[in-house]
Write a protein that binds this ligand. Structure first.
Ligand code: PLP
Length: 403
């Protein structure tokens, strides 16, 4: 047997790992209600806006099928810099680097900043790549706590206790996946005041859900920083409803000019992987440049589904949730003693018995996500109600079986 690298053999991505048994059930003819994947296109009523699709299509038809510049199309970098500047900081087109999604931006950032022995401080629970990728560069991800009984807000004491000279990157996902917590300006300022004490530390501001803030308190992290360096991350996947296009960006906010070498490393890495998809960049450009009033309608659709889930969960014995302020996830606590220690078994049993697919919380952090499930609340109302009917039935059946 030819050996696999140890790097690859330990990678896990819980959100898609649970799809394997679901696909098997589907192949046997079962219909699965999927509330597992954060892809708005997988749910009805949230298509990619038509003017963006048209711009992508026109890009193809007009022959824009060649490589584009490594840092992104000039018009797109300009439009992104304007959009970021409107969030309250001075972002130049040259600060913007277009990538194949935030996912590629993360790989580039990790490759450009991490050495053996370095640490990434990331929220627990968190979106899985923040744990998986830093290891590839010899670094380690350490989780800081989110307060599970206080809306999953950031535990600053825990961050303070875990900061040291080896922490290169302090990650904030705002709004958060999987909890939906939104950090406001006061919290961001507090975080920046901690980071400021550590001159080698940069902030990774994953703001891919920033247009899905229902709390009204979201603030861009770069806009609050006068000294701490920030990577602002965003893209087309969530707020513009086109995750399959694989377009995102990193924007560098370096108020005290300490990132000159890191920036050079990032540019070298970007040139070595050629460029992001050219026609997809044109689609995103249309989204940024044209009217955005469609977003209100989409937002209200998402909020209706959010409310339905909150109402249903409030009336189901065995489930509890901290109401999310943004994104489209709920991180639901399993109250029953047994399930609170066996969330993956809950997910697999629910899938096999009721054909509803959610993700186990321990997939977002073995320690801090345990005893939870993540639900994507984007399905239509009828489907959500059906899913909750099934979850309720499942919980009751297993509760009575144990009594
Ligand atoms: C917090 C977070 N960051 C990044 C991504 C992926 O972004 P992209 O599609 O731009 O790679 C996701 C997708 O679910 C996410 O939840």
């Amino acid at each position: 047997m030819i050996p696999v690298s140890s790097r690859a053999s330990t990678i896990e991505y819980a959100i898609r790992d649970v799809v394997v048994p679901a696909t098997k059930l589907e192949s046997e003819g079962h219909k699965i209600i999927k509330l597992n994947i954060g892809d708005p296109i997988a749910y009805p009523g949230l298509p990619t806006p038509q003017h963006m699709v048209e711009a992508y299509r026109e890009g193809l038809a007009e022959g824009n099928n060649g490589y584009s510049p490594s840092y992104g199309l000039a018009q797109l970098r300009a439009a992104i810099s304007e959009d970021e500047s409107n969030k309250g900081w001075n972002c130049a087109p040259s600060d913007v680097y277009v990538c194949h999604g935030v996912t590629e931006a993360l790989q580039i950032i990790f490759a450009a900043t991490l050495e053996e022995g370095n640490k990434v401080l990331a929220p627990g629970p968190h979106y899985p790549p923040y744990m998986a990728y830093p290891q590839m560069y010899g670094a380690q991800t350490i989780e800081y706590a989110l307060k599970s009984n206080d809306g999953w807000s950031i535990d600053f004491d825990d961050i303070e206790a875990k900061m040291d000279d080896d922490v290169r990157l302090l990650v904030v996902i705002n709004p958060n996946n999987p909890t939906g917590n939104v950090a406001g300006s006061d919290e961001i300022d507090r975080l920046l005041s901690i980071a400021k004490k550590w001159p080698n530390c940069m902030i990774v501001a994953d703001e891919i859900y920033d247009g899905l803030d229902f709390s009204g308190k979201h603030a861009s992290i770069a806009s609050r920083s006068n000294d701490v360096p920030v990577f602002a991350l965003n893209g087309v996947s969530k707020v513009y409803y086109a995750p399959g296009w694989r377009i995102g960006y990193l924007a560098i906010h370096d108020p005290t000019n300490v990132m000159v070498d890191v920036r050079d490393g990032i540019e070298r890495l970007l040139r070595s992987r050629l460029c992001a998809s050219t026609p997809a960049q044109l689609g995103y450009l249309a989204g940024l440049e044209q009217d955005r009033s469609w977003m209100d309608e989409y937002s209200s659709r998402v909020q209706k589904r959010r409310q339905l889930c909150l109402d249903r969960i409030a009336n189901i014995e065995g489930l509890e949730v901290e109401a999310p302020g943004g994104a489209f996830y709920m991180f639901v606590r399993l109250d029953d003693d047994y399930w609170s220690n066996n969330d993956k078994e809950f997910v697999l049993k629910l899938l096999h018995e009721e054909h509803v697919l959610v993700v186990h919380g321990s997939g977002f952090s073995p320690e801090k996500g345990r005893g939870h499930i993540r639900i994507v609340y984007l399905a239509d109302e009828e489907t959500l109600n059906l899913a909750f009917d099934k979850i309720e039935k499942f919980l009751a059946r297993h509760r009575s079986a144990k009594r």
